[in-house]
Design a protein around this ligand. Structure first.
Ligand code: SAH
Ligand code: SF4
Ligand code: F3S
Length: 470
């Protein structure tokens, strides 16, 4: 058993990662068995789940649509806020019921960021003894041996490394989409924003080698993929830990040269966003004009307490430069309200930035205290009630501008990558514009997988309606 340790998780540069290739071989121990994976959290977790599924399939497991049919259920968890925890523990309760009643042989596993938290693993060990295995984010490539050990010994397996391990290339992956693919470019994060748990659950910043990334994207293009999204907690730091003279701007240029139709990237930290990066996004038609640029707060005092390393003025300068240079761009953001010490005036500074930027959209959150982060030691000064009130007021302003941004699209004919049938209306398909607006499109399913012209016929708060233009 190896349980997590947050103090070790904080240490950096213990050992430079080695770049190795996944070459593990196992017997077909999942033959005739079904798996169900539930994913919480960010795009990196979405992609890790594709790896979990990929690995399970190499030993014979096949997917199923519901937990009732499954022989193994894996929760790929997120630790970013308290409510992410609550959802996972709630779902574990549902699984216990299934194990107690209809399927005593059900295997239950916990992976992802929560498994890197010492308090969570302690809780699982004491109160959730029916969990069969816990696998950390740094040793995900060992998942199959952990499951196999559980099956062979019938003992709970807890294997969580607190130090980031090697960078493992070629982990089998079962992608959810045939048209749009996630591609990791950098793991971990060294920014240590004081509220955030990610630097502890995902370890230090480690870039993949550019050759490996470019190779993966060339292959995706050959396989018919139209879009890639480059992933990292802070993609703008790409290369800093690995190269002297090769950064995200260089990588974007090289990916663009491959000629895949659409290139996206998330998430960008304003601190590492250079003019060179803005220029390449502006220059290249296949780099999509959509940028997620988390603001977090508009108050310089709070930004400092958050350790965000920029001021309101720096943010606005970068924001305006992107808006000026990148044509038809759309910019979204993340904002936290109720950080310790945030006064009404500080909150109004945030509203001021929102009013100036008129974001296309924003993910807004109430501050949630995360164990072992520096902000957890700060005195909370904003009541839960006040946090919700600020959140509500902020959302009103945010929604006004996202509506306005959507309205601007009315009547335009834009390119959409059609990805699936529409969730809302099975007689429609849906897809994304270049600037990442979701469109429900009148058109049949033969459009799926294609980039087509769509005329926008109506706009809603969170989506657009459109018609396929032949
Ligand atoms: N790497 C990204 C963000 C990753 S987490 C960045 O640097 O911006 C996604 C969002 O969750 C963050 O942008 C932040 O707004 C929010 N978040 C992170 N920790 C939080 C906490 N403790 N409480 C509330 N929101 C939080
Ligand atoms: Fe968290 Fe900050 Fe890193 Fe984003 S940049 S993952 S908010 S520490
Ligand atoms: Fe959550 Fe981990 Fe992503 S904490 S946001 S799943 S990196």
């Amino acid at each position: 058993m190896k349980t997590p340790n947050m103090i070790n998780a904080k240490k950096r540069n213990v050992k430079a990662p080695e770049y190795i290739s996944y070459d593990k071989k196992y017997s077909n121990f999942g033959k005739n068995k079904k798996y169900y994976v539930r994913t919480y959290g960010c795009q990196m977790n979405e992609h890790d789940s594709e790896k979990i599924k990929g690995m399970l399939e190499t030993v014979g497991f096949t997917s199923c649509e519901s937990v009732e049919e499954a022989d193994i259920v894996i929760l790929n968890t997120c630790a970013i806020r308290e409510n992410a925890h609550d959802k996972v523990f709630g779902f574990l309760g549902v699984l216990k019921h299934i194990k107690d009643t209809t399927n005593p042989d059900l295997l239950i596993g916990v992976c992802g960021c929560m498994s890197q938290e010492a308090v969570v693993v302690k809780e699982i060990l004491s109160k959730y003894k029916y969990v069969d295995f816990v696998c950390g984010t740094h040793n995900l490539d060992n998942l199959l041996s952990i499951i196999k050990n559980k099956i062979d010994t019938n003992k709970m397996q807890v294997e969580v490394e607190s130090y980031e391990g090697d960078i493992v290339e070629n982990i089998p992956v079962d992608r959810d989409s045939k048209y749009s693919a996630w591609v990791d470019i950098i793991y971990g994060c060294d920014k240590f924003c004081t509220y955030c748990i990610v630097p502890y659950t995902r370890g230090s910043q480690r870039s993949r080698k550019k050759e490996d990334i470019l190779e993966e994207i060339k292959k995706l293009k050959e396989d018919g993929y139209k879009e890639v999204t480059l992933l990292g907690q802070n993609v703008n730091a790409y290369g800093k830990d690995l190269y002297d003279n090769y950064n995200l701007a260089n990588l974007l240029k090289d990916v663009s040269d491959i000629g895949i139709d659409r290139i996206r990237f998330v998430t960008s930290h304003p601190w590492d966003f250079t003019d060179e990066m803005v220029d390449i996004i502006a220059e290249r038609d296949n780099i999509m004009p959509y940028i997620h640029l988390p603001l977090q707060s508009g108050s310089n005092k709070i930004l400092k307490l958050m350790n965000r390393r920029y001021t309101k003025e720096d943010y606005l300068k970068l924001y305006n430069s992107i808006r000026e240079k990148v044509k038809n761009s759309s910019i979204t953001t993340d904002i936290i309200v109720g950080f310790p010490g945030e006064t009404e005036e500080d909150f109004e500074e945030t509203l001021d930035v929102v009013n100036k930027c008129k974001f296309d959209g924003a993910f807004t959150f109430a501050f949630s205290k995360r164990e072992n982060t520096p902000a957890a030691l700060m005195k909370e000064t904003v009541s839960e009630e006040e946090k919700l009130d600020r959140l509500h007021r902020l959302n009103e302003v945010v929604n006004k501008y996202s509506n306005m941004a959507n309205k601007k699209m009315m009547g335009k004919t834009v390119k959409c990558l059609v990805t699936s049938l529409s969730d809302k209306d099975k007689n429609k398909v849906c897809g994304y514009t270049e600037n990442m607006k979701l469109v429900n499109i009148k058109g049949d399913k033969s459009l799926i997988g294609k980039i087509v012209d769509v005329k926008i016929t109506d706009t809603k708060s969170f989506s657009l309606d459109g018609e396929y233009v032949e």
